[in-house]
Ligand binder design. Structure first.
Ligand SMILES: [Zn+2]
Length: 159
């Protein structure tokens, strides 16, 4: 069942302090591979998708671009960070508010990291498939959200 997200808007300065603390805990954005190219990409993506895909009742601004299937971490043998093919795969990105990003990370990322290669295989991505189409199939397949907003039409989907 979909439950309305319960959270208070944070003031700008509190948010910045929080961000700073998170950066210290996780390493700076640059050290995690989120360099200039990502910042440029991020700016455009947020402009095109200003609202959280999971806030279907009350729109919330996009605060995070989430990698739906988690990017490989540096402890992996395969390509990690920006070198991971799923890092810049547009179909693997969804705009989220901080609330939904935190919820998704805590509740789903471990499971998604363990099944991601199988999911990519099952997606059977064709070169002609649009990012929008692949993202829709992906979200339907992994059952991440009960309801989410279609990034092109603004319609609400139910899984
Ligand atoms: Zn949200």
């Amino acid at each position: 069942m979909y439950r309305k997200p319960m959270f208070k808007r944070q003031s700008g300065s509190h948010r910045r302090t929080l961000q700073k603390r998170q950066d210290i805990e996780r390493g700076t954005a640059a050290s995690r591979g989120y360099g200039y190219q990502w910042q440029q990409y991020r700016e455009r993506f947020v402009q095109e998708h200003p609202y959280c895909i999971a806030c279907t009742q009350n729109p919330s601004e996009t605060e995070v671009i989430d990698h739906i299937l988690p990017v490989r971490q540096s402890d992996s043998d395969s390509a990690t960070g920006v070198a991971d093919p799923l890092f810049f795969a547009r179909w693997n990105h969804q705009p989220l508010c901080r609330h939904h990003h935190s919820q998704k990370t805590k509740q789903h990322d471990q499971r998604l990291a363990s099944i991601r290669d199988q999911v990519v295989q099952d997606l059977e991505i064709d070169a002609d498939d649009s990012d929008h189409f692949i993202r829709f199939r992906l979200l339907s397949m992994i059952g991440l959200w009960t309801e989410w907003i279609d990034l092109e039409t603004g319609e609400v989907y139910h899984s």
